[in-house]
Every structure is written in structure tokens, then in C-alpha cells.
Design a protein around this ligand. Structure first.
Ligand code: B12
Ligand code: SF4
Ligand code: SF4
Length: 396
């Protein structure tokens, strides 16, 4: 173990880079720990204009704390910004994902929960670094669920640049990288932000099926399929459901269309690219019991959407498949214990239409007691062309 003079910031930086790769990160860059004043203002104005609605924990107080490294680690001098490549080239599976009857899971979630993977590696990196420095030093690490603005730190460090779809694009791996940071009181030589931009490209904006990219760099949380399928634990707004297609967990469309992502390199990290969490059989998903759900998805990000949420999402995707073969299954789901599943099954039957769907909806109208579900059944019948007037006025 060699003790290193703190003043040798440049040497230290080289050591950090080597260790970061040793513990399993693909990208590393250093930012200084100055206040993120501009990013704070952008985030606060995003909250004030309602574009972060639906995420009650994303508060001005949190942004105030997370945008000031000194408040997270007194004496903070540097931020080690890390990127983990999660892209796995599984074109064959993606074809299955387009087929009727399959639900798509966003790439980042096709494997082990990255929070655990990255935090473990960051802890190890910090330990190895303290061995190299020859003493303990102040460090705190964050990935996603902390108050830090992960993308703002990555942009300042030159790890990547802000794309118009909101994501950080990296020159080496495109946007298929998860971001983490170690704030430290070690003085490390910072890297410069990249001079790169998206230029005249704006392909991701019209590609977003829900028009969630309301301006370059600005995503309306509530319109984003990622929010609706993962974070929203209640009803998915009716006007968005058809645009969700067969995404059942997250969405990758604005990244799939991005020309920078042609540079994607398949990761060899065994934590990603799990086939049993890629394209999900919608029928299996909808019929899954809670213990089956847990045993299939334990340790993966999919757990965040919860059992009921994923079955709600399966209903939406089945409705969007337009496949009449799904009607009997959706009809069974009209008796599900969860009103959320029943409501979305009613919508899906309305969208699929046909005699079986209409019959099932009429039958459910006679027994349903939940007002919200009854309203969905009524609208479903309207859409399927079979409304007989129940719930609006007795049909006599
Ligand atoms: C809340 C959240 C969401 C929400 C809201 C998204 C959003 N746009 O904020 C939802 C649930 C929708 C979501 C979706 C996704 N997320 Co998310 N999410 C977060 C989280 C927790 C906070 C993001 C945040 O601070 N938003 C607030 C806004 C204000 O921040 P911002 O969008 O970065 O905005 C900055 C720019 O607009 C910039 N800016 C403002 N004006 C201008 C002008 C110019 C010219 C420029 C250049 C910049 C610029 O300033 C702002 C502040 O820095 C972060 C983790 C974290 N702790 O940071 C992950 C994070 C951003 N998510 C991530 C991922 C992977 C996703 C998804 C791809 C998942 C998926 N496949 O479904 C999608 C992508 C959706 C999208 N197009 O953005 C990664 C992004 C990795 C990357 N390479 O960028 C992060 C960093 C998690 C991680 N640690 O890896 N997410
Ligand atoms: S993740 Fe999907 S819904 Fe969200 S902004 Fe990108 S394309 Fe739109
Ligand atoms: S699609 Fe074009 S505009 Fe959108 S993030 Fe990629 S390069 Fe930027």
C-alpha cells in the first residue's frame, strides 16, 4: 500500500479511474463539488410548472439539498461520476417483444436491481481508494434514489452531455448507461464538460408516443410511459393508455431512435440482459399469483411496479394488442380482487371489442360495486359499441 500526497490530484485521478474499472464501472469522470445552482433552478422551475407532478418525494427541499454537495458531505471537494453500461444486444428478443401477446420491459430493468449492484461497487471503490491513499477520507455515494441530480453531475464531469430526450448521452456508449456518484473530500483533478450537443437532431421528440418531451431537454413526468407503468400506483389516465403500446415496465423509445445509440456496445455484465425479465408473456403476467410474481422478479427493478401494477399494465398492453383471443382472459380479470386490475381490464375489453368483450362487460356491469370500475365498464361498453345504459340511467 503506498501513501499518496493529497496534493497529487492528477495522480490520484488516474488511480480512481483504474479502480473504478477494476470494480466494474465502464465510465468514470471527475467533477468539482461546486454548487449546482443552474441545475437547481431548472429543477425547481420544473416542479413549479407541474412537470414533476406525480412524484411527491421530488420536493424543492430535496432538490435544494441534492444540488449542493457541501450539504451532502461537509468539506466536499470532488465528485467521482460513474457510468455502468446496461445495453445487451438481444435483437431476437426484441422481435418477440413486438409480437402480440408480449409485454416489453425497458432495458435497464432486464436484470438485477442496479441500485444494489452499483452501490456495492461504489463501496468497494471507496475502500480500495482509501487503501491507496493510506487513510480514511470523507465519501458518500449515490445512485438514483438519493437526492443528487445524477445527470447534472455527469454532465459537469464530461461523462456525457444532456440529450434533448433528457438523458445523458456518452460518446462511448450512448445513453444506455446508469449513473452514480461518489462525493468525496479528496481533491481530484476535474475533467471538463464536453463541448458536444445534439446539434440539429430532434428525432426523439416526435418519436415519443405520449408527447412527453414537451420541449428539448424537458420531460413531463406524468406523460412519460416510464412514470405511468412504474411509479404511478393508481389509474393510468385513459388518454395515454393507447399510446403505451406493449410497454409493461418503463420505455426505451426515445433512446431506441437516438442516432448516438448506434454506438451501443453490448455489456458483458451478467447482471443485465436476463431473458426471463425481457419480453413477458402478457397472459402469464396477468394470471400470475403474488408468490409467483415475487419468485419471478425478486431482486429485479420490476418489483418496484408491484404485482397489482404489473397486472394493470398487462391489461393495457393486452387491450392495445387488439387480439380477440385475449378477451376470455380479460373477462376473468373483471372478477379480480383488485379494482385497479378490473378497471383496466374493462378498458382493454372495450378496446378489443367484439361479442365476447361486450358480453363480459355487460355481465360485470350487473355485479360490479366499485364506482370507478363501473364507470370504466360503461366507457368500455361505449367504445365496444355495446352500451345499454347501465350506470348512466337504468335501461329498463
Ligand atoms: C425522477 C426520475 C425519472 C422520472 C422523471 C424523468 C425526468 N425527466 O426528470 C421518470 C419516472 C419519468 C423517469 C424516467 C426515466 N428514467 Co429516470 N430518473 C429520475 C431521477 C430520480 C431524478 C431526475 C431528475 O432530477 N429530474 C428533474 C429534472 C429537472 O432533471 P433533468 O431531466 O435531468 O433536467 C436537467 C436538464 O433539463 C438540464 N437543463 C435544463 N435546461 C437545459 C437546457 C440545455 C440547453 C441543456 C443542455 C440542459 C438543460 O437541467 C436540468 C437539471 O439538471 C433520476 C436519478 C437522480 N437521482 O437524478 C433518474 C434517472 C434520470 N433516470 C434514468 C433512466 C435510465 C430513466 C429512463 C430511461 C428509464 C426507462 N427506460 O424507462 C426513463 C427516461 C425518461 C426520459 N426521457 O427522461 C437514469 C438516466 C441515465 C442517463 N443516461 O441519463 C437516471 C439518472 C437514474 C440513474 N442513476 O441512472 N425518471
Ligand atoms: S421514455 Fe418513452 S414515454 Fe418517456 S419520454 Fe422517452 S419515449 Fe417518451
Ligand atoms: S435523438 Fe437526436 S435530439 Fe434526441 S437525444 Fe438523440 S441525438 Fe439528441
Amino acid at each position: 500500500m503506498t501513501a499518496i500526497d493529497d496534493a497529487a490530484a492528477v495522480d490520484l485521478r488516474a488511480i480512481v479511474e483504474r479502480l473504478a474499472r477494476d470494480v466494474g464501472f465502464d465510465l468514470v469522470a471527475i467533477a468539482d463539488a461546486a454548487d449546482f445552482a443552474g441545475d437547481r433552478d431548472a429543477a425547481l422551475s420544473r416542479i413549479a410548472s407541474g412537470l414533476m407532478d406525480g412524484l411527491p418525494w421530488f420536493t424543492p427541499e430535496r432538490v435544494g439539498r441534492g444540488s449542493n454537495p457541501e450539504r451532502l458531505l461537509p468539506g466536499a471537494k470532488s465528485i467521482i461520476c460513474l457510468g455502468l453500461n446496461y445495453y445487451v444486444d438481444d435483437a431476437a428478443d426484441d422481435t418477440a417483444g413486438d409480437a402480440v401477446g408480449y409485454g416489453k420491459v425497458a432495458r435497464y430493468a432486464r436484470g438485477r436491481d442496479y441500485h444494489r449492484v452499483m452501490k456495492r461497487r461504489m463501496r468497494r471503490l471507496t475502500l480500495l481508494l482509501s487503501e491507496q491513499v493510506g487513510r480514511e477520507f470523507g465519501a458518500r455515494w449515490y445512485v438514483d434514489d438519493g437526492p443528487m441530480l445524477d445527470r447534472a453531475a455527469a454532465a459537469r464531469s464530461g461523462l456525457g452531455w444532456f440529450g434533448k430526450n433528457g438523458n445523458i448521452l456518452t460518446p462511448q456508449l450512448g445513453s444506455w448507461v446508469l449513473l452514480g456518484q461518489i462525493i468525496t473530500d479528496l481533491p481530484l483533478a476535474p475533467d471538463a464538460p464536453l463541448a458536444k450537443t445534439c446539434g440539429s437532431c430532434a428525432r426523439c421528440i416526435p418519436a415519443c408516443p405520449t408527447d412527453a418531451i414537451v420541449a428539448p431537454y424537458v420531460v413531463d413526468n406524468r406523460r412519460c410511459i416510464s412514470y405511468q407503468t412504474i411509479e404511478n400506483k393508481g389509474t393510468i389516465p385513459r388518454p395515454l393508455r393507447a399510446s403505451i403500446g406493449n410497454w409493461v415496465f418503463g420505455c426505451d423509445i426515445c433512446q431506441d431512435v437516438c442516432p448516438v445509440n448506434r454506438k451501443a456496445v453490448s455489456s458483458s455484465d451478467p447482471n443485465f440482459g436476463r431473458k426471463d425479465v425481457s419480453d413477458l408473456d402478457l397472459i402469464e403476467l396477468l394470471e400470475m399469483t403474488e408468490p409467483e410474481f415475487r419468485s419471478r422478479f425478486a431482486g429485479t427493478p420490476v418489483m418496484r411496479a408491484k404485482w397489482v401494477g404489473m397486472r394493470r399494465n398487462a391489461c393495457v398492453a393486452l387491450g392495445n394488442s387488439g387480439n380477440p383471443a385475449a378477451a376470455p382472459l380479460l373477462a376473468r380479470a373483471l372478477n379480480d380482487a383488485s379494482p385497479l386490475v378490473r378497471a383496466h381490464a374493462a378498458w382493454a375489453l372495450g378496446r378489443i371489442g367484439g361479442d365476447d368483450a361486450r358480453k363480459a362487460l355487460r355481465r360485470a356491469a350487473g355485479s360490479e360495486t366499485d364506482a370507478g370500475v363501473l364507470a370504466e365498464i360503461g366507457m368500455g361498453l361505449d367504445e365496444a359499441g355495446g352500451h345499454t345504459g347501465f350506470g348512466v340511467a337504468p335501461s329498463g
